[in-house]
Ligand binder design. Sequence first.
Ligand SMILES: Nc1ncnc2c1ncn2[C@@H]1O[C@H](COP(=O)(O)OP(=O)(O)OP(=O)(O)O)[C@@H](O)[C@H]1O
Ligand SMILES: [Mg+2]
Length: 494
Amino acid sequence: MEIKIKSLLHQLKILKSLKARIFVIVFLIGIIPSFIIRFAILESYEDRAVSLRTSDVQNQLKIIANHLITYNYLKDTSSEVISAELEQLSNLYDGRVIIINSNLKVIKDTYAISEGKTIITEEVIKCFKEGKGVSNYDRENGYIEMTTPIIETSGVAHAEAGDSKTSDIVSGVMLTGVSTDSIMTTMDILNRKASIMGILMMFIIFVIAMVLANVLIKPFDRVTKAISEVKEGFTDEPVSVSDYLETEHIVDAFNQLINRMKVLDTSRQEFVSNVSHELKTPITSMKVLADSLLTQEEVPAELYREFLVDIAAEIDREDKIINDLLALVKMDKKASSLNISVVDINALTEIILKRLRPIARKRDIEVVFESKRPVVAEVDEVKLTLIITNLVENAIKYNNEQGWVKVILDADYQFFTLDIMDSGIGIPEDSLEHIYERFYRADKSHSREIGGTGLGLSIARNAVLMHRGSIKVFSVEGEGTTFTVKLPLGYISA
Ligand SMILES: Nc1ncnc2c1ncn2[C@@H]1O[C@H](COP(=O)(O)OP(=O)(O)OP(=O)(O)O)[C@@H](O)[C@H]1O
Ligand SMILES: [Mg+2]
């Protein structure tokens, strides 16, 4: 029992690590989404800001491209208006605009570095060929680069007159780079704010996780505490923690365990007091007998003799009790101390009955053995002898003068059965459930004159159970009793 409580407490200690687990799980569940959301928001802000900036600049560039045609800038770069527009654009977006004519020559660079040079890049060529601008976001260097075609439309007059012979000619390309520093600055600010929010969130989730883990585990802590209290003997009350169904189950199981321990404890105390009482009775009798001889003067020799016979009987009685107790204690050790051998049950029963018949004859009781078939079984011969002897002894002891005892032996392919029937006094119905208890004796008035300690049936039952057999009783008061013992033919080891 002690071991069971210890293991229960150990199990509950494991719950403590569960607390840590709950904490980690709640914490992760709280923290991971906040990281994902933060990352996703920043990423999508960047995408959106870049595409907005790109389309803004593209629109402006398209307008300027039209102006370039209007002012024939590709041929003559002296236009103040265009210069101002380009200046404004590059200031506004912190960028650089390069205008390339159809010979791939730079005719204007707002940084005034590349003028007169030839630029042959994939994007520029593509822009000339396809008449479409492209844009590229260079995240690492923090700028957006784009190309814008400068398109000249010829044959406008025809087109207006409904003629479809209009043609677009790419007569130049604007190569523009705008800085994304301002986007990055905003991103940095957002990032910083998100970090602060994240730390704050982390702290809040940490606290929530702590509280939650504590709250969830608290009832189990209470169970542990309550059980420890019982274990240390502070309280005798049944434990009750009904926070969860689980704690209720644990506590129920524990209370059952405690109740069983109490029952066992009571029966142990009862046993000890019974043993001491039974052992003392013969000694008290002997003491009385001896004292009465000693206090008398000139006791006649016959009286001495008579008293000594009584004393010898008491010594026999004491001896029997001690032997019975030793037999019981030995069987209690369980440790499968059976000494199994192949035994001829018919022969064994005959021998036991032969030994007991003289006692039966004294009261004119007939003892009959009826064997349905020869039976050979793997049993502990000494223990089986105890079983049969005790049952037949009882059948003779609790019988009427001129009564009968019948022992019937039968077997099937798995078990053999011994029925011990008598025509005796029977057992009262309310005693039936107690007869196997140690020191229990039904009908105290009869018992006293018949004599016995009430250990015989406990011994018999224990021996039967060690063989993995069963023992049953059927009795009608005043008519007789039948005990049926059923044992396996082959020994069944644990
Ligand atoms: N065949 C029986 N007929 C009537 N009563 C019986 C019979 N067998 C047992 N009993 C009752 O059951 C009680 C318990 O039997 P058990 O053999 O354990 O003890 P006992 O015979 O009194 O003492 P012990 O066998 O230890 O000398 C008996 O005291 C008796 O009242
Ligand atoms: Mg008996």
